[in-house]
Design a protein around this ligand. Structure first.
Ligand code: ZN
Length: 280
């Protein structure tokens, strides 16, 4: 069993199935660096354990994840998992390196683990929360799930793992980004963004049953099926899209630094608060 995690749990709910559970419900599972590195360690654990065939990603509490924990300190106490380096360099060099290490590299590594992954989502999944879900192969959503990436309100182009057009189609991706509004589980199912919508009370059982069904199939077939679909997406330019959008994302951070002295547009916070009030 891996080291004691503080922000997640790593579980083995049944034969062939491992489950990562985000466990900061009091913070709506906001992702601090510690959580991102613990998720990364858990992915490694699941990848290297030959008795694990399918990985489920779930979350405690009412909301799957409110995104990155922007108030979190101590970025650099985590040992980098990638080779980008320069995380503490001043200016755009350090910022680019840091976001490459903790967001882009992590997401792309998780997306490319050959074993099948399933996200089980309830409540809100906002920006960085959506990144964790979109790297998974299958998505099971509770009826109350809401998906959004409102970071254009912060003067950014979208979150750091920019696969929106692949997940929702270009037109709906633009609508999500331009309006900063959430889409419902039902809309997401219609778009093919989630596989199935289930009553909230059944979410854990449904996701586990799906994982158990997949775990009955041969590992080699599963891995090559996953690779084949991912390669189809890559042939359509997914990785090129992610990298070029990440560069524009860094441009938006640099612009905000020059204009506002902050990596994000400050009025975005007020916008999101007002939007939250209106949608209640
Ligand atoms: Zn960013």
């Amino acid at each position: 069993m891996p080291a004691d995690f503080k922000t997640i749990r790593y579980e083995r709910p049944s034969e062939g199935v491992a489950r990562i559970v985000l466990a900061r419900p009091e913070m709506h599972n906001a992702q601090n660096p510690e959580m991102l590195y613990e998720i990364n360690d858990a992915y490694y654990e699941a990848a290297m354990d030959d008795t694990v065939k399918v990985l489920v990603l779930a979350a405690d509490g009412d909301n799957f994840s409110s995104g990155h924990d922007l108030a979190a300190p101590n970025w650099f106490e985590c040992v980098p998992a990638g080779l980008w380096g320069g995380l503490e360099q001043p200016g755009a060099e350090g910022f680019f390196s840091l976001e490459h290490e903790v967001y882009l590299d992590m997401c792309w590594r998780w997306r490319n683990m050959p074993k099948p992954t399933i996200a089980a989502v309830q409540g809100k999944a906002i920006a960085g929360g959506l990144m964790l879900i979109w790297v998974c192969d299958l998505i099971v959503a509770a009826e109350d799930a809401r998906f959004s990436d409102p970071v254009v309100a912060f003067g950014l182009n979208g979150h750091e793992y920019f696969v929106h057009p692949f997940e929702m189609g270009a037109r709906k991706a633009k609508e999500m980004l331009f309006t900063a509004e959430a889409i419902t589980a039902q809309e997401a199912e219609k778009l093919g963004m989630v596989n199935r919508v289930v009553p909230k009370a059944d979410l854990e059982a449904e996701a586990l049953a799906l994982a158990e069904r997949i775990a009955r199939l041969p590992m080699m077939g599963l891995k090559m099926a996953k690779q084949s679909v991912n390669q189809a997406l890559d042939a359509q330019g997914m990785w090129t899209t992610v990298q070029s959008a990440f560069s524009l994302h860094q441009l938006t951070h640099s612009h905000n630094m020059q204009v506002h002295g902050l990596p994000v547009e400050p009025s975005g916070i007020q916008f999101i608060k007002e939007q939250g009030r209106a949608s209640r």
